[in-house]
Ligand binder design. Structure first.
Ligand SMILES: [Zn+2]
Length: 306
């Protein structure tokens, strides 16, 4: 039986929702509606629906209530409506018969209660390392899964051509979005995502990555459509390092990012940014996005004055 207490779940969900709502916009004193009406161009912009399925498993009742009260999907929706979507998109939470997962399929992103419950449980583990806060251990992975599945959605809706594995491309776009949209909070969020992948490796020592990096990787993981958890850690940290070495230097040291990889990270970030600008940004109502994330006016790699 899941021993979930409503109050801490709600608190953590509120934190995740606060992150998704674009804290930077609120702190910068943005006025007026977050996404005020703006001419959508020649294409009619399609709606983004949100839906919280009633939980099949009674153990997820508190989680469901907390998600609804914190309006997690409504906050995520604000990001997706900044795009001129050619078809409707639905953001949904639901039970998945015990499968801890999330996916995008035919116009719908589904976040399983099982997956969100696991994030919550991991965030509250007694052996959570001190370099990741409970708040980031929750907010980072929640944001990461929404942006990763959101990337699959954008690839499909905008018919984006992809070389290589779509899962890696979704990781790249999701990571890029997290690093840019949530730049002020990105070191903490990054730590939260790294922590979640570290848990996925099954390592006994969550305080250090090195033992996991040398562990045997199962054939099941190697054959998967996704990169392995350790690869996903290094890919994310490399993009972060490449986006802003000063801001993410600590993360690179923490996971012992090899110098040979680090030397190419700025180029890796530039490659993802180029793809984003060519293939994704043309579908974006940039003015709407800037109202949500005003810090985006600052050039990449040049953090705003502290
Ligand atoms: Zn995926």
């Amino acid at each position: 039986m899941h021993a979930l207490l409503p109050r801490p779940i709600l608190r953590l969900m509120l934190m995740a929702a606060l992150l998704l709502s674009g804290m930077a916009a609120a702190q910068a004193g943005a006025s007026g509606p977050v996404l005020a009406a703006k001419p959508a161009g020649k294409l009619a912009r399609q709606p983004v629906h949100v839906h919280y399925d009633p939980p099949q498993n009674p153990a997820h009742a508190d989680l469901h209530s907390a998600l609804v009260r914190a309006q997690v999907l409504e906050q995520a929706r604000k990001f997706f409506v900044a795009f001129r979507l050619p078809r409707p998109l639905t953001l949904r939470t639901g039970g998945c018969d015990g499968d801890s997962n999330a996916w995008y399929d035919e116009g719908e992103i589904l976040l399983c209660y099982e997956y969100l419950a696991d994030i919550f449980t991991n965030a509250r583990r007694a052996d959570r390392p001190d370099w990741v806060s409970e708040r980031d251990a929750m907010g980072g992975p929640v944001l990461d899964v929404i942006l990763h599945e959101g990337a699959h959605a954008l690839f499909d809706l905008f018919d984006v051509p992809i070389f290589g594995r779509e899962e890696d491309a979704a990781d790249a776009l999701g990571s890029y979005a997290m690093l840019r949209l949530f730049e002020p909070q990105s070191p903490g969020l990054l730590a939260g995502v790294v922590y979640s992948y570290l848990v996925d490796t099954g390592t006994k020592d969550l305080k250090r990555l090195k033992p996991a990096a040398t562990a045997t990787v199962s054939r099941h993981l190697l054959a998967d459509a996704h990169s392995t958890p350790v690869q996903r850690i290094y890919n994310l940290v490399c993009l972060a390092h490449g986006s802003d070495e000063a801001r993410h230097g600590e993360a690179a040291r923490r996971v012992d990012l090899p110098q040979t990889r680090a030397e190419g990270c700025a180029a890796e970030f530039a490659q993802v940014q180029y793809a984003y600008r060519r293939l994704i940004e043309p579908h974006l109502d940039r003015a709407a996005l800037l109202r949500l994330f005003p810090h985006l006016k600052t050039p990449v790699g040049k953090p705003a004055a502290r």
